[in-house]
Write a protein of this length. Structure first.
Length: 320
């Protein structure tokens, strides 16, 4: 169903829903002269004819330069809203620090907005950071002891995704790779296999997970420390959505951080500054000797006492 047909079938569209998947579709389609989100005049003129009651912006952390997934296209939403006629705006995200919240409000020109916050605490998730030694053997051993349980293993590079998935398969673990370099049909096939439980383990880059809501993921493993605590929180948050225990294990080596810092040196100066700060905060979490839940929640502006962790992190379960 294209956008024009939608207009006539549903003459009263109650709200306009912005989602980052739509950005990608606009960029990839050959039918839209895309230069920025909704800057195509035909789209704007079409939407002006539709009665829009309010605007909903999903993954709103993408608006902020301080967000873990900043997308310049999101900065154009404010102008699009202005052109379509000022209506109520709701910005939704699960990973906004106080700094990101303030940036969203400023960028969108929101005046005295109502802010609704729920706790960032996921009490059923166990957090652990392990040193990156003999990591492949450790992951194979862990997953072999939990055959039949759903797990996601995140790697930063596509090559590592392919190599690790192959190793797991050789060791009798029902695993599949997933990354943006795979053909679209193959990505969908692997994603569906995981969702339909035809595959136990998905080895993936951060390209996997957006819009995925598999309730019974028992393990989220990070082969590499994520580039930010927002990414870490979002990715570990895919475990235990059914309320059952989810184990989130990250393998950390300071050399990985040094490599990422070197990669940042090729970016514009403003991106370097933000990227380094995000890496420092991620490193601080990985090297922390105190309650990991407390460190993580404090990062998102939430107070938490380590006595309430109930030994659901490695530092509380095995104090150093």
């Amino acid at each position: 169903m294209n956008k024009v047909k939608l207009k006539f079938i549903y003459p009263s569209l109650f709200f306009l829903y912005f989602k980052n998947v739509f950005f990608n579709e606009c960029k990839n389609t050959k039918n839209v002269n895309y230069h920025g989100f909704l800057d195509n005049k035909k789209i704007i003129e079409l939407l002006k004819e539709i009665e829009i009651s309010f605007f909903a912006i999903d993954e709103a952390h993408c608006i902020s330069e301080w967000g873990h997934d900043f997308r310049p296209d999101y900065r154009t939403i404010k102008q699009s809203v202005k052109e379509l006629g000022r209506k109520p705006v709701i910005a939704l995200t699960a990973t906004a620090t106080p700094k990101v919240q303030a940036d969203i409000i400023k960028t969108m020109g929101m005046e005295q907005p109502n802010i609704f916050l729920s706790s960032f605490n996921r009490p059923n998730l166990y957090y652990e950071v392990r040193p990156k030694r003999d990591i492949d053997h450790d992951i194979i051993k862990l997953l072999s002891q939990n055959i039949g349980k759903s797990a996601i293993v995140y790697c930063l590079s596509r090559q590592k995704v392919e190599d690790l998935a192959a190793q797991l398969q050789i060791n009798g673990i029902n695993a599949l790779p997933y990354h943006a370099g795979l053909e679209g049909a193959k990505r969908i096939k692997h994603q569906d296999a995981f969702l339909n439980e035809d595959c136990d383990v998905i080895v993936a880059t951060i390209a996997f997970g957006m819009g995925i809501d598999k309730p019974d993921v028992r393990y989220v493993l990070h082969y590499d420390m994520p580039k930010s605590l927002e990414s870490y929180y979002q990715e570990t948050g895919r475990a235990g959505r059914d309320g059952g225990e989810g184990k989130c294990i990250t393998y950390f080596d300071i050399k990985d951080i040094e490599r990422l810092q070197k990669f940042l040196s090729k970016k514009p100066v403003s991106e370097q500054e933000i990227g380094r700060q995000l890496l420092e905060e991620a490193t601080g979490y990985a090297e922390a000797a105190t309650c990991r839940r407390r460190v993580l929640l404090h990062y998102f502006g939430e107070e938490f006492h380590e006595d309430d962790c109930d030994k659901m992190c490695d530092n509380c379960r095995h104090p150093r």
